[in-house]
Design a protein around this ligand. Structure first.
Ligand code: SAM
Length: 282
């Protein structure tokens, strides 16, 4: 069968370039190009779009994104062993793949991209949540990206889309859903990866909303939500003690019972609490 491109199968790429997976770099590779093309399609129409990919590895998803017509892919990879394999892909798609060797946490991709920009990645587990939170919490909205299509451990994916009253509901759900639509797009068993991780995975698709669902200052909301869920078993009047001397009054003004626990508080109520806190501090 003709593949999605004329490049060698990923197993051959890995053998040729000696890319044995390293646990320390969170390396679980996707070798099925039909699957990586399917993930790329979840990212939406890529033809007029630049795509930021973190951790391309041997390039399975990168090839999916390019085959699906991405205008340009900027791929940031920490493992220098992957660069020759990525150079072969760049040669097959002239002018459309730029690879930067380095740590995604330290590189500003905006200098290399032109809007509109989508993010698509099979993220390294060790930095995935940190990158997600960073992309979700710029002060200004809309952000630089219009959508993010990201692979996470299933448990993390569930925390992103969780609703109040569930165990998975917490800081990630509030930050994700405040200014984005978030849904689980694909579920994947461990066997989809080489080597297989211990747990299942899922692709989450987030679309940036034009404006936040409810008004709130980003930093204040982040702060209050982190405090509330840090001691999620406690009543809010105890969990948020120290946030403000009149915290019970602020909670009541936000329509939240001070004896409630964070797990029961809706996004709208957290935003109301962030506004009340900001006003009280002004
Ligand atoms: N995208 C490839 C795929 O789907 O087969 C590889 C995914 S693997 C889960 C994660 C990749 O991220 C690895 O290639 C790893 O070397 C890279 N990586 C790990 N930490 C990184 C970091 N801080 N910055 C950039 N890349 C990183």
């Amino acid at each position: 069968m003709a593949g999605i491109d004329n490049l060698p199968p990923l197993r051959d790429v890995i053998a040729t370039h000696g890319l044995s997976a390293r646990k320390s770099l969170g390396q679980n590779f996707l070798l099925d190009l039909n699957l990586t093309a399917k993930i790329a399609r979840q990212a939406g129409d890529l033809t007029e779009t630049d795509v930021l990919e973190i951790g391309p590895g041997p390039g399975g998803l990168t090839r999916g994104l390019l085959a699906e017509g991405a205008r340009k892919v900027l791929a940031i990879e920490k493992d220098h062993r992957c660069l020759p394999a990525l150079a072969e892909i760049a040669a097959a798609y002239p002018g459309r793949l730029e690879v930067i060797e380095g740590d995604a946490l330290e590189i500003n991709p905006l200098e290399h991209l032109t809007p509109p920009i989508r993010i698509a990645a099979n993220l390294p587990y060790n930095v995935g949540t940190e990158l997600l939170v960073r992309w979700l919490t710029p002060k200004e909205w809309p952000p630089f990206w219009s959508s993010m299509t990201l692979m996470f451990q299933r448990e993390v994916a569930e925390r992103i889309v969780a609703t109040p009253g569930s165990k998975a509901y917490g800081r990630l759900a509030v930050l994700s859903q405040w200014r984005s639509d978030a849904r689980i797009a694909i579920s994947l068993p461990p066997g989809a990866f080489t080597p297989p991780p211990k747990v299942s995975s899922a692709v989450v698709h987030l679309t940036a909303l034009p404006a936040p669902r409810y008004e709130a200052d980003a930093k204040t909301l982040e702060y209050v939500v982190a405090k509330a869920f840090n001691q999620r078993r406690k009543m809010l009047r105890a969990a948020l003690k120290g946030v403000h001397p009149d915290i019970e009054d602020l909670l009541t003004r936000a329509g939240i019972s001070p004896t409630e626990r964070a797990e029961q508080v809706s996004l709208e109520q957290f935003c109301a609490l962030a506004r009340a806190l900001k006003d009280a501090r002004a």
